[in-house]
Design a protein around this ligand. Structure first.
Ligand code: UDP
Ligand code: MG
Length: 323
């Protein structure tokens, strides 16, 4: 069987009108550049006629393949399933709503194959979405993610991205984590991440599936990704360290308290300082000792949980020799 140059993964939810123009446009670009390709349409539980449309299109063009979820699981889930099923050397993800342009695919393909990028993210420099609901919150989101991840991208959440096959076969996206794929990829060891300015269009059919709530969840997801990737294999290093520091402060505070009490006693009766509960050190010591012990225990429990995980010894192996 001949190998596939490009897999195009399209997650979609209620996008029936866009599917035909989109696939025709993609097919045209693919033919112009004589790529071998597959289009994987992942129907994320659409309630309209999207799936019927996909069945029809796949009969007309056998490069079009479809997967249908029984219910709506979210864009990340759809992408993840696409990643599992694709077989192209370069994998492109794009939205179904015609906001991303297929004309960008050859440029992205070349950046992966010729310039050696692991991942290239689109950058909707000129964006056609509502200012208040999308553009401004997005700037904030991108700035935070840039700061925490150290990846210099302007537009993390762009639906149009290109990947080396290795990348998508090594990472896992779930929940709302599709926004952080570059971050996940970087922490999986794919550090050659690039950016390409891409055309963006106004949505022609249907309406946007993401509202404001994505920002709250988005930030929580960033925290979990950072935490899991940094500490999931060694939770004690996080909790144990903080716990020990707190416990230490608690002990020091208790010592100060004891010394103050002794000094006060040795000087005879002191009306200002006759009870330990009058000193702030008492409360500092109390809180720090309790919290410190709890954090330490949390770390210890997390270690025990981690020990039981079946993936505790899963490492991504890039190459092997003489095996
Ligand atoms: N999408 C999906 N599952 C969902 C929500 C969205 O597969 O639960 C798809 C949607 O059909 C589109 C892409 O994800 O192809 C991007 O969604 P949308 O255009 O609504 O996002 P926006 O461009 O407004 O940020
Ligand atoms: Mg869109």
């Amino acid at each position: 069987m001949e190998n596939t140059n490009i897999s195009i993964i399209v997650p979609l939810l209620n996008e029936q009108e866009s599917l035909r123009p989109l696939t025709e446009w993609i097919a045209k670009v693919m033919q112009q550049h004589s790529y071998t390709y597959e289009i994987i349409m992942v129907d994320d539980g659409s309630k309209d006629k999207s799936w019927q449309e996909i069945e029809k299109l796949s009969l007309e063009n056998t490069n079009i393949r479809g997967i249908k979820f029984r219910r709506n699981y979210g864009k990340s889930a759809a992408l993840n399933v696409g990643f599992e099923h694709c077989k192209g050397d370069v994998v492109i993800t794009m939205d179904a709503d015609l906001q991303d342009s297929p004309e960008e695919i050859p440029g992205l393909y070349d950046m992966i194959t010729k310039e050696g990028y692991d991942l290239v993210s689109g950058w909707k420099k000129k964006r056609y979405d509502s200012k208040l609901a999308k553009n401004i919150p997005s700037k904030l989101f991108n700035a935070t993610t840039r700061m925490f991840s150290g990846i210099k991208l302007h537009d993390f959440n762009c639906g149009l991205k290109a990947y080396k096959k290795d990348v998508v076969k090594s990472i896992e996206v779930y929940g709302e984590m599709h926004r952080y794929i570059p971050v996940i990829a970087k922490w999986a060891g794919f550090s050659n991440i690039g950016e390409k300015v891409v055309q963006h269009q106004k949505r022609q059919f249907g309406k946007s599936k993401f509202g404001m709530n994505r920002f709250i969840n988005g930030y929580l997801d960033l925290v979990s990704i950072m935490f899991v990737s940094k500490f999931s294999k060694k939770p004690m290093h996080f909790f144990g360290a903080i716990g020990s520091i707190m416990f230490f402060i608690g002990i020091v505070a208790a010592l100060i308290l004891g010394i103050q009490k002794l000094v006060a006693l040795s000087r005879g009766w002191n009306p200002q300082m006759h009870l330990v509960t009058d000193s702030p050190y008492f409360y500092i010591s109390l809180v720090m000792l309790i919290l410190g012990a709890q954090l330490f225990l949390t770390g210890f429990l997390a270690e025990l949980v981690g020990r039981n995980s079946s993936t505790r010894n899963n490492y991504l192996i890039e190459k092997e020799q003489n095996f």
